[in-house]
Design a protein around this ligand. Structure first.
Ligand SMILES: C[S@@+](CC[C@H](N)C(=O)[O-])C[C@H]1O[C@@H](n2cnc3c(N)ncnc32)[C@H](O)[C@@H]1O
Length: 285
């Protein structure tokens, strides 16, 4: 998975003007702050250099996670094609790019973001790379009581909740739901999770001092819709355990319960389907 080509070129264009050493140091600082889950009343992306470090080191991975989550949403709701998006904690605009690529009918987006540097970078990327969506950037703190932004068919918060004090999260989620006309999507770094392989560009590798041309982004998402999805297959919740003539699957069932299911050769086609199933797949024996 990679950023869309025009966005990638615009990102590279911005980063090429930045000294490599400074970018590397800023990426290290950003990564330390994320790892420490630091909440010191300062935004992780307070300045321009921190935003550039995010573009180089994190945006390709968060884009991949968001795109994969939107793809899963699109599979569950093939009829859903939002014209309006409200994205909270938008950063440099990761979600709107992913949503616009999946749904060409997306016409208007409201992007709420507290960091001026992130908003400016997001606006500049949208202009340089030709986003093709009417985007309005709002300077607001998403944790305050008054809802920032207009209701939209799709409301999203990607890699935001982890930066918010735990006590403020329930209220924030309530407000996001109240602004949701159809579907609310929340994406976060994973502990029990899905994974997507992300291609690392040259600048990405240099910024992280990394040799390997890819990395695996672990993420989790939840999508809540006001309209029921047409079908609910079970979903594979963990890497399947295979043994001689048997496969053990941990499944999330259509009714929401988790189930350990053991399939053996005697199960015939269901066993064959289980052998092909991978972590994160829908499973309909
Ligand atoms: C990890 S970044 C994620 C950016 C983007 N959503 C993505 O997936 O790449 C989190 C963003 O949320 C913003 N943010 C954090 N707390 C916020 C708040 N209380 N109100 C608005 N934005 C906030 C940060 O400035 C940052 O740009």
């Amino acid at each position: 998975m990679e950023l869309p080509a025009p966005l990638r070129q615009a990102v590279d264009g911005l980063l090429e003007q930045t000294p490599q050493q400074a970018l590397r140091q800023a990426a290290r600082t950003l990564s330390d702050r994320y790892r420490a889950e630091l909440r010191d009343d300062r935004l992780h992306m307070a300045g321009e250099l921190a935003v550039k470090a995010y573009l180089a080191a994190r945006m390709p991975a968060t884009y991949a996670a968001v795109r994969a989550s939107l793809d899963a949403l699109g599979q569950a709701r093939p009829d859903f094609s939002p014209e309006t998006l409200l994205d909270i904690g938008a950063g440099p605009g990761t979600v709107v790019w992913a949503a616009a690529e999946l749904w060409p009918g997306l016409a208007r987006a409201t992007l709420v973001e507290a960091s001026a540097a992130a908003r400016q970078t997001g606006e500049s990327l949208a202009q340089r790379a030709g986003l093709g969506v009417e985007a309005t950037w709002i300077d607001a703190d998403a944790t305050l009581d008054s809802p920032a932004g207009r209701p939209a068919e799709l409301v999203t918060a990607s890699y935001l909740l982890d930066e918010i004090a735990p006590a403020a999260r329930p209220g924030l989620i309530e407000r996001l739901w109240s602004l949701t006309l159809d579907t609310l999507l929340i994406v976060e770094p994973g502990t029990c999770h899905f994974s997507r392989r992300v291609a690392r560009s040259r600048i990405h590798r240099l910024t992280k001092d990394a040799d390997v041309p890819w990395e695996d982004e672990k993420f989790i998402f939840v999508a809540a819709s006001r309209r029921p999805a047409a079908s609910h297959a079970s979903r594979v919740l963990a890497p399947p355990k295979t043994g001689s003539g048997k496969v053990a699957l941990k499944l999330c069932r259509p009714d929401g319960r988790a189930e350990e299911k053991l399939l053996t050769r005697r199960d015939g086609p269901a066993f064959k389907a289980a052998r092909r199933a991978d972590w994160g797949d829908a499973f309909e024996p």
